[in-house]
Design a protein around this ligand. Sequence first.
Ligand code: GLA
Length: 381
Amino acid sequence: MNQQLINTVKSEFLKVFNSNPSLIFSPGRINLIGEHTDYNNGYVFPAAIDKGTVVAIAKSGLKNSTILALNTNNKFEFSINDIKPLENGSWQNYVLGVISEIQKTGEQLENFNLVFSGDIPIGAGLSSSASLENSVVFALNTVFNLGFSKKEMIFISQKAEHNFVGVKCGIMDQYASMFGQKDAAILLDCKSLEAKTVSLNLDDYSLLLINTNVKHSLAESAYNERRKACENVASKLGVNSLREATISDLQFHKENLSKTDYQKALYVVQENNRVLEAFEAISKNDIIKLGKLLFESHEGLKNQYEVSCEELDFLVGYAKKSNIAIGARMMGGGFGGCTINLIKTSGLEKFKNEVAKNYHHNFNNDCSFYNVKLSEGTRVI
Ligand code: GLA
């Protein structure tokens, strides 16, 4: 965890509000494999990381609440009795959405002061949103003794995103951020919320994230469209979700489906299978197999699910050609953000140098590299 970040948030709170706050940290996440499967009740394989959001909070005892967003140096004042969404794209909606969802449960909140800051790059596909939502719900739960379980809190965060932010996200990000464990990834069944924690021993290989540093517009509407398309296919197949569908079900109904819907649904069914294969590969320490599955996942995301972009494809293509990388794919919602790569540790620096040079040459823009440390989930610090 970033001690400097914690110190900054705490000292800013003391300076501005002159009282002692509770401090909460909530991490971002990576996802080994299982993309766009969560809202289809399928499998995902995420892990919380050591980057995230730090919140300092205390009751205000006043008629107003004040929030300071340190990253953007923004101050926002409102009353707890008047919660409504702001304009699309406002950071406030993540916080207001959480408040509104808590109020919908019948719990009473009082006004409070909150300072937050984070070290997750925005738009990188590392779930800065879930990290913020979870940090806020956890903070309010702590300060007002609401007694919500972690499971209840992740659904509050998810509904905030649906209703105030407008993204009909699945549960992966909020789950991983809340329930993360040190040095481990989580195989999560998004239908039952049953989870298996797997300690990740990659032998001579390392995980490397490469940020394209682009986020193409329309990513959010495209996300919601994909979700709708999957739900339509499921209903045509007569199943609750694509989790219940098999490849032969899809082939049976192929005539009734548009070509693109068929491909998208096929991707989801195949990706669910890949997650289970990845779990098995990791259990057997077969890292080469895991790498292959990452490449296959990317092919599906690019050609069938159509959520990749030129920059992501370039990075994955580069990894495929290199004999230092054994697997790579885009990670998260898509249309920009990061790729996740499995790299021979001995060649890590060489690989980074080559990629940096070639990416710059191609796009006249720099990519960024992050080594990840798998970490514990949302907590009081
Ligand atoms: C975003 C969403 C998640 C998930 C991924 C794609 O991160 O918030 O719920 O659907 O995209 O796997």
